[in-house]
Design a protein around this ligand. Structure first.
Ligand SMILES: [Zn+2]
Length: 483
């Protein structure tokens, strides 16, 4: 513990001073006081430049960043951008292909793997929020991860890292339900990154982070002394197994292109980065590199533009339009409550997919992600023969209770396992649900997918009637065998 260097400064008069020398000393004291004041004025420092990032990457687990490692290698090694990464979890619920270490021991291993992986492409600033790695469920639901992470805690930490690193660009995972790995922690990282993008510039959010410390040169200070910060562009990447929908949604980067500084393709640099995640991939990336099989790693990488506050074209380079001076805080439109508590117009009855699907419809609009509602029709990947749940919401926005009747149109080979409503003692026959006035009813359907020889897209539609009149329908595209 070292002593602070400007505490308890005393200015004692020397003994036996003449009047003349007292006057001189007074001048000296006045001059010294000015110097002290000037020193105090000069020591109000700017934000710590060592942690300034051009791009902040926000992901769920160690290895999620590997999906964009080819682009990050280009940005860092050839465009000399500063990149930092925040991992929400340390991947503690995953498998270990090289040893017995699991749980917290695995988390330590994976954190180190991630740091070494990032170091291989010149990224040295990485933080781990230590949110729990949510075990993979039957069907991912982003709300489960937000709950298990304790959403507010993680959001506060994410806002802190935006304020600390002051990135112009945030890149994170797509907040949507896609066919692919589609881990709910991936979606949750995208939700929290989007929220942090939108509030880090607002001094009323987590104000203790943005308030000045009482005395930075003394100990035990509270208030963090960060500055609010408004990032300029928000991009998403996806772990979807079908990528046709990302074409034209943002910039595309070639992974066969050769890095001028490394003399290797960006795909090879991505494979090398991935090879450090040995608990997850063992020797596969190294084997692919040795065999010169870059077919997986050299596919073009397309990012999805979530929003830009500084213009630029959708498919333009990530840094197109970026301005170096800080931009003012730009509030998003936020949630607007409909005339009734639930979705749909007053006087109507309706049905919709629940869970993450219902949440995202509100989330995208609230956060000005205006292209996301058009990106994908609701879809889900399940395994051949898998038993899985689908959440539905029945809305009654009328002034009286109504009874909904629910009917599913299942393709051949499908079967219904059960409907579970949220009442312990269901008073009505199966497929009938009594919904109070201006209320909603969550229904959980369990379905059994057919056994299929090869993956196939199929469509399931639920139609609802309320007291004999149509309440509409909800449709889900399911990729069977694509889990
Ligand atoms: Zn992951």
């Amino acid at each position: 513990m070292s002593s602070p260097n400007v505490k308890n400064t005393s200015l004692a008069f020397p003994p036996r001073l003449s009047h003349r020398s007292v006057g001189f000393v007074c001048l000296m004291v006045a001059a010294f006081a000015q110097v002290v004041i000037a020193q105090h004025a000069a020591i109000s420092p700017p934000p710590d430049e060592r942690f300034k990032a051009d791009i902040l990457v926000i992901v769920g687990h160690p290895d999620d960043e590997s999906l964009i490692a080819g682009y990050l290698a280009r940005a860092v090694l050839d465009e000399h951008k500063r990149v930092a990464v925040v991992f929400a979890t340390r991947g503690d619920a995953g498998q270990n292909l090289v040893g017995y270490e699991q749980g917290r021991a695995l988390a330590e291993t994976r954190e180190t793997e991630a740091r070494e992986a990032l170091g291989s492409i010149g990224i040295y600033h990485a933080w781990f929020l230590r949110a729990p790695d949510t075990p993979y469920p039957d069907v991912p639901d982003v709300l489960r991860s937000l709950e298990s992470w304790n959403h507010g805690n993680v959001l506060g930490e994410m806002v802190r890292f935006i304020r600390l690193t002051r990135p112009e660009v945030v890149i994170t995972m797509l907040p949507d339900i896609v066919v692919g790995e589609n881990h709910e922690d991936h979606q949750a990282s995208g939700v929290i990154a989007t929220e942090a993008f939108d509030i880090a510039g607002d001094p009323t959010w987590f104000p203790e982070q943005a308030a000045a410390p009482e005395d930075r040169l003394w100990y035990s200070n509270l208030m963090e002394g960060l500055h609010t910060w408004q990032p300029e562009k928000l991009y998403y990447f996806t772990d979807a197994s079908h990528l046709d929908f990302v074409k034209g949604q943002g910039p595309e980067y070639s992974m066969t292109a050769t890095s001028p500084s490394q003399h290797l393709s960006y795909g090879r640099l991505a494979a090398k980065e991935t090879s450090f995640h040995k608990t997850q991939y063992d020797g596969d990336p190294a084997a692919a590199l040795a065999a010169d099989d870059m077919s997986y790693y050299e596919q073009p990488l397309t990012l999805i533009l979530g929003k830009s506050l500084v213009g630029g074209s959708v498919a333009g380079d990530i840094f197109q339009g970026i301005v170096s001076d800080p931009i003012p805080f730009r509030p998003v439109r936020g949630y607007r409550q409909s005339p009734t508590l639930n979705q749909g117009r007053t006087g109507e009855v309706s049905i919709e997919l629940g869970g993450g699907w219902a949440f995202y419809k509100q989330f995208w609009t609230s956060h000005n992600l205006d292209s996301l509602p058009r990106l994908l029709a609701p879809e889900l990947g399940v395994g051949s023969g898998q038993n899985f749940p689908v959440p539905l919401l029945l809305h009654n926005n009328t002034n009286k209770a109504v009874t909904f009747a629910l009917r599913a149109q299942l393709p051949p080979g499908w079967s219904l396992d059960s409907n579970s409503a949220q009442y312990a003692h269901h008073p009505l026959p199966e497929n009938a649900f009594l919904v109070a006035a201006h209320d909603y009813f969550p229904v959980r359907i369990r379905l059994v997918a057919p056994q299929v020889g090869k993956p196939v897209w199929q469509e399931i539609t639920w139609s609802a009637e309320a007291d004999g009149r149509s309440a509409g329908s909800a449709t889900l595209k399911v990729y069977v065998g694509g889990h």
